[in-house]
Design a protein. Structure first.
Lengths: 204, 307
């Protein structure tokens, strides 16, 4: 839940990167950490294990400076994608204001994307939130693997399977090189701040 | 695409999946390659290729097992644990309006049991929170499969009169429900009367398995030297029980170790090997006669050997 101090004109909100295991959530945060150094206002915390799998979460605090008279800070989190860490994902999602769903474009991960999106929907419901109402952006990651000869799903197919009912903004990406990472983050921030404006009327 | 090109394409795919950490998908591709090679007699060095594939497949299977099999979460850094504590809002009913209780619950939910128990133990001093702290302590021990230790802890609280009858009754009911949920067969009371003997944790070891231990090292659990690792010479061993003598002048050391303490990170030194394991302080008593009169005898039961 965003912390909004209208007296001091300060906002702090939480964005969670969700998605199946190995889809590129941590890679997104790694890129943001390197590419947006000026906006990083604290330590990046990554808790992973053998094989670089996120175990609990990654955390990256950003400061966006003044937006419409308010000092805006953002906490970016990732969740562990493996199915067995459901309880951890529920904990990390607490207080979420905006979500980036990082889908894996590899054809072999098609089912994992859908299972993970369903998992997000269920966890949000348990928290009294709706996947249709929360600020949400889809990222179709690993587009670059097509050049290596690997079978990836077309954007149309991914849109049909993941976004035909949600109809939220989506971005192609290759998080390893940074393609699409900044645009995804920008969009989710925009949607989140707009949503908070509707709720709290914070902007001057 | 001829067979050779197909195999090459699958191999490339399998390799990339492996670098991506998609080990199951990689394994599937290697199995397909294995199937293709087995079904063809015309491949040069067929047996050699199959042997190399078999090694690759076995290695992948072991890695998958290792990554998926580990259930005990590792200890996170202090920074990460601080963040974990913040994730549980003190608005949540379970936190009862207390950031400390909520934070400790969050640590427990993240599997940071040692840190969580440390925080819950502090809350045992607070009247409003001690009941919830006690329940959560027992939950943490059960989650780590230390059921016998949880029972001995509950009995210790009961014997020490740490909680009034109404609260101990709540703890007992909660504990009984937890035990049933876990499918454990443990008795908290015998014939409706309180058991006079504290239950010691069972040892996983056969007495014959243990080498003669010369000394042991472990971290002190409390006091001004808390966390300091000390090594003690073993003066006597009987099966899983080892006994050490603490000189009477080491008052602080004596007070920092109590019966019921569980050491999860002990190192045991024998003349043939060094191994690590877990032990439980089964008794601590002053020696009343003989050349060591006035010194303290400390007895530890070794309950697990981990390496």
């Amino acid at each position: 839940m965003a912390v909004i101090n209208l007296k001091n004109r300060q906002i702090e909100c939480k964005i969670v990167y969700y998605g199946p295991g190995r889809s590129g959530k941590t890679t997104n945060l790694d890129y943001i950490h390197k590419a947006f150094k000026k906006q990083v206002v604290g330590k990046m915390i990554s808790i992973d294990t053998e094989g670089d799998r996120t175990l609990f979460f990654d955390f990256l605090p950003l400061g966006l400076g003044k937006i419409k008279g308010c000092d805006v800070k953002v906490q970016l989190y990732t969740v562990p994608g493996q199915v067995k860490y459901k309880a951890t994902r529920q904990l990390v999602l607490k207080g979420v204001d905006g979500v980036v769903f990082v889908a894996d474009s590899l054809a072999v991960r098609r089912e994992k994307n859908m299972i993970s999106l369903k998992d997000l929907h269920e966890n949000l419901l348990q928290m009294g939130l709706s996947i249709r109402k929360i600020p949400l952006v889809l990222q179709y990651n690993k587009r670059d693997l097509e050049q290596k000869g690997l079978p990836i799903m077309s954007i149309e197919k991914m849109e049909y399977e993941l976004n035909r009912q949600l109809k939220v903004p989506f971005f192609s990406a290759s998080a390893l090189s940074g393609d699409g990472v900044g645009a995804t983050l920008q969009q989710v921030l925009k949607l989140t701040l707009q949503s908070l404006q509707k709720e709290f009327n914070w902007a001057q | 695409m001829n067979l050779g090109e197909k195999i090459k394409a699958y191999f490339q795919e399998a390799e990339i999946y492996q670098t991506q950490g998609l080990l199951v998908e990689s394994l599937e591709k290697f199995r397909i390659i294995e199937g293709l090679i087995k079904s063809s007699q015309n491949i040069r060095n067929r047996d050699g290729l199959l042997e190399k594939l078999s090694v690759r497949i076995e290695s992948l299977k072991k890695t998958i097992q290792r990554l998926d099999g580990s259930n005990k979460p590792p200890e996170a850094s202090p920074d990460a644990q601080s963040l974990m504590k913040e994730m549980y809002s003190f608005d949540d009913p379970a936190a009862k309006g207390s950031a400390s209780l909520g934070g400790a619950i969050a640590l427990a939910k993240f599997g940071q049991y040692d840190k969580a128990i440390e925080e819950f133990n502090r809350l045992l001093d607070q009247d409003a929170l001690r009941l919830d702290a006690a329940k959560n302590i027992l939950w943490c021990w059960l989650e780590q499969n230390y059921a016998d230790y949880a029972v001995s802890l509950y009995q210790k609280w009961r014997k020490a009169g740490m909680f009034p009858p109404s609260e101990i009754s709540v703890i007992q009911n909660y504990f009984n429900d937890l035990i049933k949920l876990k499918g454990l067969n443990l008795e908290l009371e015998i014939d409706g009367l309180e058991s006079q003997q504290t239950v010691e944790p069972d040892s996983e070891l056969d007495e014959d398995e243990l080498l003669d231990i010369n000394s042991t090292r472990f971290a002190l659990p409390r006091g001004s030297r808390e966390g300091e690792k000390i090594e003690m010479e073993v003066s006597f061993q009987s099966g899983q029980y080892i006994r050490m003598i603490i000189p009477r002048k080491e008052k602080e050391l004596i007070e920092s170790i109590k019966p019921g303490d569980l050491f999860k990170d002990m190192v045991f030194y024998s003349s043939m090997a060094i191994f690590s394991g877990e032990g439980y302080v089964s008794s601590r008593s002053e020696i009343s006669a003989g050349p060591k009169k006035g010194d303290t005898s400390l007895e530890i039961k070794i309950i697990k050997v981990v390496s």
